[in-house]
Structures are given as C-alpha cells and as structure tokens.
Design a protein around this ligand. Structure first.
Ligand code: ZN
Length: 419
C-alpha cells in the first residue's frame, strides 16, 4: 500500500559509519529512504514506519539488536545534517550533539529518544551529497521468518564464484579468489540471506538471478551505499589525530618494522613534526607482510583509525587498514673506506670530510658511498584480504571505477516482494 502513495527519489541508502567506534552495533550501518509524498500523507507514513519498526524490533529482540533508532526529516537536507554525517563517518559523535542538531533542524525522533541508534539514523540523513562523489550498490536478499535465527545459508557457492567471474567488471567483494571463500553470506542469526555488491543495479539483478539459492526468500532490495568507497579515510595531520578517528596520514618510515606478539607488525611513521606507531594487525595478513619489508626513509600513506592509549600503550597508535607506498629508498649511504688502509672512515666534522680512525688519513674530498638495495616491494596501494576489510574500505578492484558525480539511473524494479 505504501508503494502507490510515495515516489522514491533515490534507491534506499545503506550508510556505513565509523567502523572504529567501540559502542556501535556490528556493521555500524543505517538505512535512509528518500521519498516524495503529498503533505497530507506524511502523518500516515510516519505512523506506518514507526509501527513497523517497533514490530520488527520486538520480533528481532531475541537476536540481540539493541537500541534501534528511527528518525524522519521533511525538507531539503541541511548543512547541519551533512556535517553530522561527516563526523559520524570519521570521528566520534556525542549523543547530545546529535540530539541538538535534531532539535535545530526539526528532525523528528520516532523511537525512544535515548536509543543510540538515533545517532546513526540522524547522521545517515546527511550522506546524500557525499554519496554523489562515489557510491556502490548492494542487493540484499532476505530470508523468510522461519529461517531467521539459523546461521547456515543455503546456496550453491560455486554459482557465486561463477557470477563474480562473469560480471567481474561490475561486481566486487562477493567472492575471494585468493582464499576460495564466499563473502556474500553473513554468519549471524539476522534475516539477511545474502548481500551482492557491485557498481550497477541492472547487473546486480542479473548476477543475483544466476546464483543458485536453495531456500525460500522473502524478497530483495537494492541499496545505494557508501560501502567500498574509502569515504572514511579523510586526510589528517599526524599531530592532530584523536582517539577513534578514521583517516589517511602521510609520512616517512622512521623505524625498521618490528614484529610484536600476536603476529602484528609495528612501524613508526613521522611527518617531520610528529610521529606515531602504526600497527599492522595480524588479520591484515598480506598487508602486514608488506609492512615487514618497509625500511626507514620510505614514504608512505596510511589509511586506518586511531586507537586510544591503553595501559600497554600510553600514546595513541594508528591501526592500519590500507598502505600506499609512495617512494622506496633504493640505497643506503655509508661512510667511505680509507684509501690508504681500507678502514671505514669517520666524519671529521661538518664540512671537513672524513678521517681514518686507524691511520689518521684525512680528506675533505671524500663522499659517502651509496650501497644499492634490492627491494622486493614496489610503489602502489596495498589492502588486506577481502574477508578482513571493513564495509567502507575500497577494494583494489574498484580503483578507477569510482562513480564520480554521476547521477544513478533508477530502475523501476529495484525491489521485489514475493509471496
Ligand atoms: Zn687509514
């Protein structure tokens, strides 16, 4: 009945927020429906949305979904909403601040005001313009209620692999060919059967139809999303980093990579003013292995989030999820050898050249010698295995595919409900 009364002026948005917030729900996600509707139908729509949400949270309460949020805003999205989104994506939002913005903008809070979910819901409203910089699509297929709570999803994994291969220019992160692993099925008790990710709604529908599903489904919806766009990796100065922020920093490697307990690797990165310990955690596998090969002097960019100080780390640290190698040192410099006796010489002081500690020979004309290094890593972007990436992190296959500034074409069949 809703369908005849409203016009959707965008795909439903699936908005992911800061993945490093410790008190988030699992994926830190929110859904936004942007609709055009007659003024006299607004109250009815708000009532339907509210009662459906309550009904759903009651049913799913046993699945540990806590503090759901639901908000509604009538009108053009304001700069307050946009700023709140930017902060919720890359920083920490204090509940009071979010609620004040709700008041200031007349955004209605439709469920319990104190629920944490309201912060995510309020923040996601402002994602509209940002989504036009880059976005992706995800087709979510839903299970019938009888299957909710079951962890196993019944589908043919080989058909997922086939579809990903066939449409590889338009799909991403659905199958991990390196680890031979299906990535579209969640493992929890939630009602989602699968999520198929890609660049184009029509191709998602095609690919979805080629996946052999062996259980009844309730229906599917295509969402437009900030997933896989690196939207959370805003440029930041090392000196200004604060706990739980996400971002992208640049600097020089200042220390040899140090393996630490748990299989992690630590590298000190500095920008000439400040330095920070960057942690490549064990689950980032390939990324951590590359980090082990860095050398002091290499220029890098790091995407990730800031860990607060702890008892074992009195200072903040940087949790790396993406490594950009910008330049590599190709040689090391050593003091020259004594032309008379062969001993490695010492500096004779600024501008005075070198002096031999054994025979006393001194020369102002000698220079440091360059010893070439064999580097078996190269300049480029490095990301962890697909299965250990955040929703927001951009997989390498998406580089060059960004949907810059293009307005998505709506297809009429972006959602289907089956009986
Ligand atoms: Zn000498």
């Amino acid at each position: 009945m809703l369908r005849e009364d409203v016009v959707f002026n965008d795909y439903p948005n699936l908005i992911r927020l800061n993945p490093s917030i410790p008190w988030k729900t699992r994926g830190n996600g929110a859904i936004v429906l942007r609709i055009l509707v007659d003024q006299d139908k607004i109250d009815r729509i708000l009532e339907i949305t509210r009662s459906k949400s309550i009904e759903y949270t009651e049913v799913s309460g046993r699945f540990k979904y806590t503090q759901p949020g639901l908000v509604a805003y009538i009108g053009e999205i304001t700069s307050y909403h946009r700023e709140l989104y930017r902060r919720a994506l890359t920083d920490v939002v204090v509940p009071d601040v979010a609620l004040k913005i709700a008041e200031k903008t007349n955004t209605l809070i439709l469920l319990d005001r104190n629920n944490r979910g309201n912060i995510g819901a309020l923040s996601a409203l402002g994602a509209l313009t940002t989504l036009d910089e880059d976005y992706t699509f995800e087709l979510l297929a839903y299970r019938i209620p009888e299957y909710w709570g079951q962890r196993t999803r019944h589908l043919n994994t080989e058909s997922v692999k086939k579809a990903e291969l066939k449409y590889r220019d338009y799909l991403f992160s659905n199958y991990d060919f390196d680890q031979e692993k299906v990535l579209i099925t969640p493992h929890g008790p939630d009602p989602v059967l699968l999520g198929l990710r890609g660049e184009d709604p029509l191709i998602l529908v095609k690919a979805f139809k080629e996946i052999e599903i062996q259980e009844p489904i309730l229906g599917w919806i295509i969402y437009r999303s900030n997933q896989a766009t690196d939207a959370h990796l805003v440029k930041r100065d090392i000196s200004k980093l604060r706990p739980y922020q996400t971002g992208y920093i640049e600097g020089k490697v200042l220390s040899k990579p140090k393996p630490v307990r748990g299989g992690h690797v630590v590298v000190v990165i500095g920008d000439g003013h400040t330095s920070i310990e960057a942690y490549f955690y064990e689950p980032t596998k390939t990324l951590r292995n590359i980090a082990l090969k860095l050398l002091p002097g290499d220029q890098v960019g790091l995407g990730g989030s800031v860990r607060p100080p702890s008892s074992s780390h009195p200072r903040i640290t940087f949790n790396v999820e993406k490594l950009v190698i910008k330049s590599l040192v190709t040689y090391i410099e050593k003091n020259p050898k004594c032309p008379r006796c062969g001993k490695t010489m010492k500096s004779a002081g600024r501008g005075k050249g070198y002096k031999c500690p054994r025979c006393g020979y001194q020369s102002a004309n000698l220079e440091k010698i360059k010893i070439p290094l064999n580097r078996d890593i190269s300049i480029g972007v490095y990301t962890p295995p697909l299965s250990s990436m955040h929703h927001l992190s951009k997989p390498k296959i998406r580089y060059g595919r960004e949907n810059n500034g293009k307005i998505p074409v709506m297809i009429s069949q972006w959602y289907v409900y089956m009986d």
